[in-house]
Design a protein around this ligand. Sequence first.
Ligand SMILES: Cc1ncc(COP(=O)(O)O)c(C=O)c1O
Length: 366
Amino acid sequence: MNSKRKSIFVTQPSLAPLEEYTDLLEEVWKSGILTHNGPKVRKLEKDLENKLNIPNFTLVLNGTVALQMAIKALELKGDIITTPFTWVATISAIKWEGCSPVFCDIDPDTLNIDEEKIEGLITKDTVAIMPVHVFGTACNVEKIEKIAKKHNLKVIYDAAHAIGSSYKGNSLLQYGDISATSLHATKLYNTGEGGACITTSSSLRKKVERIRFFGHNEEKEVVEDGFNGKMTEIHAALGIANLKYFDDVLKDRKEKYLMYLDLLGKSEKLNFQKIKENETNYSYFPVIFSSEEELLKVEKALNKNEIFPRRYFYPSVNTYSKILNHQPTPISEDISKRIMCLPLFYNLTPLEIEYIAKIILEKLEH
Ligand SMILES: Cc1ncc(COP(=O)(O)O)c(C=O)c1O
């Protein structure tokens, strides 16, 4: 490879052909409706419900707002047991809603919350469990539901990574009292910025819709503690255009994930998230190194070749000392120092994957 090769970043948005988006934008222009639960938002909600075979898909501004709306809709006040191996948004949503995060360490194999450790953290102040389906890989939803029922707790899944993931043949988004997903540009399926609340009941969905619209009911009375969580027609139009290519992107992600695994799985110096076929969407390719030094060595070699993986999730969010008091979670703190996501996106070529893997393997040998 020559030194003029283009930079490869950790991700690139999956986008429909521009003409298909501009056709939809023309319709938005003609309608004169830009927001307020317009026809494109309503259409995309229906299309996603049909595609994922789930009944209540409510589009909102972004994944962080979806988490906040979920907490609001369930009227939670108190401690929420969550994972430290996540993006800071999980925690900021909890804090913005006046609740407190309680960190439960993770399973070192799946990287999801260790459900065996949840019960030990439950106190009289606990109101909910908020696990994350890390990198789109399903948590043990059945065990978590059992614990929640036993202790009368709500479950909100931070399903930011999980669109397109399944569990026992169903969309993973249908688990929990509410699942909150992200449709951000970097996600497997995107609306630019965007998110959604997926609720189990239609009455809860109505409540989420009211919260999204300043707390108004249909008569325009303020009946909830709401805010402005609306998705625009411009974003929904992008979602409609991109949805046509969703299956294609999913298939491509899996092929590329498996290609990386085939190439890098040979190294005894690397570890990988334990995933189950059909319980993940293969949306990220995280690599776990034996030490932070090894990771930094490989990262430097990749950067030198204009390849920019991402240390994700790093650091473990329980260590954010400016916003939290430290609650130790040794497994998450250790793994977050040694994990890095490799470039994975639709336009990444097999040759580029081979090239990335070659650099990593060579560096690990020295
Ligand atoms: C685990 C997790 N939760 C929440 C979010 C927030 O989603 P958004 O960026 O759509 O607000 C992200 C974003 O990447 C995330 O990775």
